[in-house]
Design a protein around this ligand. Sequence first.
Ligand code: NAI
Length: 645
Amino acid sequence: MKPITATNMNVNELKHWRLAIEDGGIAVAIFDKAGESANSLSAEVMGEFGRILDQLDLYPPKGLIVRSGKEAGFIAGADIGEFSQLDSPEKGRALVARGWELFNRLAAVSYPTLALVRGHCLGGGLELALACRYLLAVDEPGTKMGLPEVMLGIFPGWGGMLRLPQRIGAPAALDLMLTGKTLDAKRAKKMGLADDCVPPRVMEPAARQLLLSGQPRRPLPFKLRLMNGPLKGVVAGGARKQVAKKARPEHYPAPYAIIDIWEKHGGNALVAPEVVDRIISSPTARNLVRVFFLQERMKAFGKASDFKAQRVHVIGAGVMGGDIATWCALRGMTVTLQDQNLERIAPALQRAHKLFSRRLREPLRVRAAFDRLIPDPVGDGVAHADVVIEAIFENVEAKHALFKSLEPRMKPGALLATNTSSLRLEDLRTVLQRPERLVGIHFFNPVAMMPLVEVVEAEGADPAVIGAACAFVKQIDKLPLPVKSAPGFLINAVLAPYMLEAMRAVDEGISPETVDEAMLAFGMPMGPIELADTVGLDIAMAAGKQLAGGAEPPHCLLARAGQNQLGKKSGQGFYVWNEGKAQKGAAGNVPPGLADRLARPLIERTQKLVADGIVADADLADGGVIFGTGFAPFTGGPLNFSKSP
Ligand code: NAI
């Protein structure tokens, strides 16, 4: 490959791109953002790409391949830092125009273009790839394509709303744009987003061959063409109904805007500047961008240590241990799972098989994951494990006996973690030779669904162990939140007074349905009464005793728990449960101020935990409560919400 010289191409001052012309006349633009480990599209990056196109206008190549120079993937999306600095409608519109115009220009060049997509290709990155004539996806686990702008409260305004429906049809495109879901390389090919999907070893020749093939794009089937034309209104109506089931327009305006811009403006947001202004300046977008940065901050806790686990040993194959082991195996680790006998491990393996099948789909990958999850009733895995996680009964004596037998068998440097919810780490570690090495790694139920994991630091714990625990949590793609050892840590401690207040409202005669509706309308993913039923009313009772500061338990809870009505697991609690679903009646009129009343104790407890130093600062508390409880993300978290006018 011959680099372009300053004499024939004036692109030698590029900071973020390299451009080379191969002997055969193919130009290759390599994106390698300076000073960053992942590529994102900033104003400067896009300006440089424009200059590359200028030069290629002057000296048209046989074809152009756009690819990444990073290990980390193709392009992660737009530079969100720039987005968060927009402070006027003019700047917002200019940002949309910048990508819309650049990618239209790319789409219109006279020579064939190809995006070689390896690793993540998201948001603006996919919009760039969609503007190329061909998209070649490299089949490896990290390859993911999608338009997740909606998760930041905005829309894919750089051509995504125009080109994705044209490429794969409106129903699939809207599904991707409205949910933020991503596709792997094989699915991208199957759906027509990628023209082809190849293994890494043949990607270079395959890219050149496809680029010069002259091959026309696979046309959309007739029905999908109709859906982009005369049937647009029907598709848009259906999509609005789907969105309404999940997101209220007053909380999340962006998905509704995406449907409108596609249906009424051909995917061009610039012809609807009022929509651009409204969405970009919305508190929702501001707060969701804030949540994005909070998430990045939590991920960063996992990057501070170079601890890396390959083998994990989990003791206790119950609700939590079984699912923790499964999750680690899904994430590529070799996991041994111990319980008192094989019969107790079997249900966990059954659940594991279901999860692997759902998540991995391909039989070979499902099989490989299943092979990584090894039942180990005797505990042979302890000696080989990098991380040992205890998830047995919530009982100090049982845990003591276990720790005593574990510690001498563990590898030096291995982590010893407990998943306890309510026992003091300071009490649990008294039997250890090296008590400073015990760490809490507190998962939430259901493990596969909940993104947050609290990393619990007991008094005097070894900071290296806490760092390693955060690295492990990040390694299994969860968000680590360091918290100090205190009853309920952060998440259970803030949920307890909130659920208590909800039950007090029921004691006052407000129906469970109405209480739940108040918080659903507030933006919670689940009402507090349904949450209590889901957690189990026995557990709610126990948590109340520990966390309610001596307050009387609510009558409605006492009565039900007294009759062994424990919620979802017993089929009856506040609601009757049928096939895992609460059978709810109609909610009554929500009394004014009810949601604020119920949210207040949660907010106040969060403030107190920040003041007590249980979590490092208010931002992390907000991030933790959002990812640990589902607290309405559009509010930016409980403390951010409490500051809003
Ligand atoms: P569980 O009762 O479903 O499972 C406990 C398992 O541990 C049982 O299968 C039991 O046979 C096994 N076990 C007990 N003693 C053992 C020993 N000495 N050796 C090997 N296996 C032994 O309990 P669950 O709900 O999974 O809770 C486990 C831990 O996780 C507890 O510390 C709990 O506080 C914590 N936790 C529970 C959550 C939940 O929602 N259930 C959420 C977060 C943490």
